[in-house]
Design a protein around this ligand. Structure first.
Ligand code: NAI
Ligand code: MG
Length: 356
């Protein structure tokens, strides 16, 4: 077999363990149909029971154990009743993002059939765009500190850090993505009227990068009115790029405008491929429904499609998204969060079958 991919599989906590098998089921079916091979390496760490046993979320040599996979397929991490969230997330997911320089956080915003849209009068096809978030610097920096704590002179400072390398590489990714889509339209999130040093810099780098992409139409909105436009005119957008903070906000707002958290996927991507990229559903471990077999597996399955797209298996990726659309259109195949009756396995098997 010519094409073969090594995938590190990390289910994590809670419903991560229930939706991961469905993601794998569909991945394996896609491999059979489209003629590539998937070599899975399952890892039993980056979950809270591991922490309770070992006092840390991952073994010291986690990087060696993971080795050099082509991608990481991740479920969800966190179980606040066992381990505080800042520990479980920082010692697992955030390690991956940083150590593997996954500087793009990518999320689709797409209204799917069968998913009630919280925005009035919108139907599938109306909303279909991507959010590209800078994932390593910007507002989320460790530069800063506190002086004179607890006194009248108390002062706290946290600096935004934008580097030319960091800004340019995420903008290049966003412009490339826009250039590959039929609409060729990019929107940049800014706030240069208020944040008068870093945001004018960001704007200037957008303008400089745009010169390399004459076919891409681009515009910019201040973040405040941009959030309003997401709600009022979501059909306006094609690719939206933002700094770490703005992208964080937009990448929750966007999927929220298209319905349920149970179906949204995401990629933490290292486009330079100096390390593996990580694909995971947007949702967390959902302790409130974990163990009941009712979690929606679509977010995990759609994440598999994003992973295959990244690996160059474009046809398989589109086929999975189309299969998801066919299954969601059928009320009896939807899970309870979408007012259906199917359990996790029924929905996952239905996507597998719809694939062909
Ligand atoms: P959550 O996403 O786990 O759950 C929020 C709500 O959505 C819950 O009512 C849950 O039942 C529902 N939900 C989530 N996924 C669903 C699915 N696939 N099907 C049906 N319903 C679903 O967020 P929450 O409760 O704030 O966090 C729980 C834990 O997950 C925390 O420890 C948190 O830190 C962690 N978390 C981890 C993430 C990750 O691994 N990337 C992302 C978000 C949260
Ligand atoms: Mg967020």
């Amino acid at each position: 077999m010519s094409r073969s991919y090594k995938i590190a599989v990390i289910p994590g906590d809670g419903i991560g363990n229930e939706v991961m098998p469905e993601g794998i089921r569909v991945l394996e079916k896609a491999a059979r149909l489209f003629g590539f091979n998937v070599e899975q390496q399952w890892h039993d760490f980056a979950h809270c029971d591991y922490y309770l046993k070992h006092g840390r979320m991952m073994p010291e040599d986690w990087k060696d154990q993971i080795g050099k996979p082509d991608a990481i397929f991740f479920g969800a991490v966190g179980w606040p009743a066992k381990v505080p969230d800042h520990i479980s997330l920082w010692q697992s997911l955030l390690q991956f993002r940083r150590e593997y320089d996954q500087y793009v956080n990518l999320r689709p915003v797409r209204l799917m059939p069968g998913v009630p849209c919280p925005l009035a009068g919108r139907k599938p096809g109306d909303i279909d765009f991507w959010i590209v978030r800078e994932n390593t610097e910007g507002e989320y920096s460790s530069v800063g500190g506190t002086m004179f704590p607890g006194t009248e002179r108390e002062v706290v400072i946290q600096e935004t850090v934008m580097t030319r390398v960091g800004v340019d590489r995420v903008l290049r990714y966003a412009f490339e993505l826009a250039n590959s889509r039929p609409n060729r339209h990019l929107t940049s999130a800014t706030k240069s009227n208020g944040i008068a040093v870093t945001m004018p810099y960001w704007d200037a780098r957008v303008e400089a990068m745009a010169a390399n992409y004459p076919d891409v139409r681009w515009d910019k909105y201040h973040i405040d009115i941009l959030t309003a436009q997401f709600v009022l005119n979501p059909d306006r957008f094609d690719v939206v790029v933002g700094s770490n903070l703005f992208g964080d906000i937009l990448s929750d707002l966007g999927p929220a405008c298209t319905g349920t958290i149970g179906i949204a996927p995401s990629g933490n991507i290292n486009p330079d491929r100096t390390g593996p990229s990580l694909f995971e559903p947007v949702h967390g471990s959902a302790p409130d429904i974990a163990g009941q077999g009712i979690a929606n597996p679509v977010g995990q399955i759609w994440s598999a499609a994003m992973m295959l797209e990244h690996l160059g298996e474009t046809e398989a990726a589109s086929a999975i998204v189309a299969a998801i659309e066919r299954v969601l259109a059928e009320p009896s195949l939807r899970t309870r969060d979408l007012k259906g009756t199917a359990d996790t396995g029924t929905c996952g098997k239905a996507v597998e079958e719809a694939l062909g």
